[in-house]
Design a protein around this ligand. Structure first.
Ligand code: SF4
Ligand code: SF4
Length: 554
């Protein structure tokens, strides 16, 4: 929406708007127990993928056998949309190799494996900034970039990139709404570290310079809301508001939360900044506080470990790179034979095949479920075009159309129908009476399209290189032709030298002839004589010369 057409923000935030569709989901019974945040401890090994964010994977800076310290940068960002990776404890690098990572594709990715020493010796960086207000926003952005801060709400977009904007920002919206009903990591963070959250929000506000700043929590999080209000009072902060929103899934989605609080719609394929709003997760705010005030890079986060497959649901503060198996053990171990192990919640989570995958920056939940609570879905049936998926889609898409197109690999048509506006919330699959795994089709299609685009970019680069090679060969050919021409000119110069030598010879012959004349021989014009006449004359000359040399003997 153009700025001129945009309705002014109601800064009282008393009104709540509705987004299309959505679901009221039951809160997982185990989550109530996942309350106090405990430290998961230091695992024997840390597995740190070089790609834990949206954008280019980081470039490894360490070698096998190298000792690293807690907080040491072990992989640097490559390009602007990228983020560095830091060692989350001290130890020795024992491998740099592909390992299973938490990703819907299930494909392994390059990781740095650190054998920890249990000492947790820190790097001892002294770049902590006691008062962030003394720094310009650009310096703070650099601090966040160097600390490897990415969106902890799940997307993993580098925070510094998201905070840079060209247009004026009216609202900094801090998202404290849990992504899914089973996840309680943000709830735990706000309840136990509200001061860090508020300090982080102040830092983000100093960077973004918005007209207003709001923290949104769900209306079923009264303790977190109260903790934030207490922290605001403690810090004497008047300009940050805490508001609550109805617990309708997926209100935690960026676009849906903006809609609920402001009534504004983020344009298709656009960004919240396009409508004057920047959204950051509460976890990201707390991480920004740690990065700026304590010079701590992003080395840990809070993860909810839950499901009926673990003995004791809990919120754990976990070092990035900790294997999921270590979390399960910290949660009392597996309670029963588990049916599935998911990264994320029951709606948006994806299954992993091993508990050796590590926690990465975007891991908010580990869900271990038995066949009792989450039985294997029945085989999918044909779509009956009931339209239920359309009714619940918060992105106002036509999920069944997307299903047809993605199933038929008609990716252009799928994109026309808003495939990339799909937030993969899973509402459509949740209500589908035919049990069609709709989101799997969408994810696969997106991956295929990205892969094709990557191949196209690679082909473009190859074509550019080929054209550059042809141009180089043409240039070399031209240079050789010029060298040849130069040589020819040089050869022509040699001919001229021969002509000069011929002229010199002629001049010498002329001098000989004149000498002969002076010595008595008769100059003759021999041009018109026959060969016999020339021989006779030469014979006569020879005799005459003999006579003059030896006297007349006749
Ligand atoms: S809910 Fe399932 S069966 Fe109904 S229209 Fe959507 S995809 Fe088809
Ligand atoms: S997964 Fe995508 S298509 Fe399905 S309801 Fe969510 S946004 Fe709509």
């Amino acid at each position: 929406m153009a700025e001129a057409q945009r309705a002014p923000l109601d800064l009282s935030f008393t009104q709540r708007f509705h987004f299309h569709g959505g679901l009221r989901l039951e809160v997982c019974p185990e989550v109530a127990a996942a309350r106090p945040v405990r430290h998961a401890g230091i695992p024997a090994r840390l597995i740190l993928p070089l790609s834990q964010h949206i954008g280019e994977p980081a470039r490894c800076l360490v070698t096998v056998g190298e000792r690293v310290l807690h907080g040491q940068c072990i992989a640097e960002a490559v390009g602007k949309v990228s983020a560095p990776v830091h060692a989350s404890s001290s130890g020795t690098v024992i491998a740099i190799e592909p390992r299973p990572v938490p990703h819907p594709s299930g494909l392994p990715a390059l990781c740095v494996v650190i054998e920890t020493d249990g000492v947790d010796q820190a790097l001892g960086d002294s770049t902590a900034i006691p008062d962030f207000r003394q720094l310009e926003p650009e310096n703070l952005l650099e601090q966040l970039r160097a600390a490897g801060i990415v969106g902890l709400g799940g997307a993993g977009f580098p925070t510094a990139v998201k905070l840079e904007h060209k247009q004026p920002i009216e609202l900094l919206l801090i998202n404290g709404v849990e992504c899914e009903p089973c996840i309680a990591c943000d709830d735990g963070l706000m309840r136990e570290r509200a001061v860090d959250v508020i300090e982080g929000v102040r830092i983000l506000r100093h960077i973004v310079q918005p007209a207003a700043c709001v923290i949104a929590v769900e209306d079923n999080m009264p303790e977190a809301e109260q903790a934030l209000r207490d922290a605001l009072q403690q810090l004497d902060e008047q300009d940050i508001r805490v508001v609550n929103v109805p617990a309708i899934y997926p209100t935690g989605g960026e676009r849906q939360l903006i809609r609920v609080l402001t009534g504004r719609e983020v344009p298709s394929q656009g960004f919240p900044a396009d409508i004057g709003i920047v959204v950051q997760n509460v976890g990201t705010a707390a991480a920004a506080c740690a990065a700026v005030s304590r010079a701590e890079p992003l080395c840990s986060r809070i993860v909810t470990v839950t499901g009926d497959g673990v003995r004791s649901s809990c919120n754990l503060e976990v070092l990035i790179g900790t294997p999921v198996r270590h979390l399960i053990e910290a949660a009392g171990g597996y309670a029963d034979r588990i049916e599935r192990l998911l990264i994320g919640g029951p709606m948006m989570g994806y299954t992993v095949n091993t508990d050796e995958v590590p926690v990465i920056k975007t891991t908010n939940c580990v869900l271990a479920v038995t066949a009792r609570s989450m039985p294997a879905p029945p085989p999918p049936q044909p779509c009956i075009r009931c339209g239920k998926c359309t009714e619940v889609c918060p992105a106002e898409l036509l999920p069944q159309q997307l299903y047809w197109y993605t199933r038929a690999a008609s990716y252009d048509a799928a994109q026309e129908f808003g495939l990339f506006d799909c937030i993969e919330c899973g509402c459509c699959a949740h209500v589908c009476p035919s049990h069609i795994p709709l989101v799997q089709y969408y994810r696969h299609a997106k991956t295929e399209i990205w892969s094709q685009e990557k191949q196209k970019r690679a082909a473009d680069i190859a074509r550019t290189r080929h054209e550059a090679r042809l141009a180089r060969l043409q240039r070399i050919k031209q240079e050789r032709a010029e060298q040849l021409a130069k040589k020819k000119r040089a050869v022509t110069g040699k001919d001229a030298g021969d002509a000069a030598r011929q002229a010199a010879i002629q001049a010498a012959l002329e001098r000989v002839r004149q000498k002969k004349e002076q010595s008595g021989t008769t100059p003759r014009n021999t041009d018109n004589l026959t060969p016999d006449q020339l021989r006779q004359i030469e014979e006569a000359d020879r005799r005459r010369r003999n006579r003059s040399t030896h006297g007349d003997d006749t």
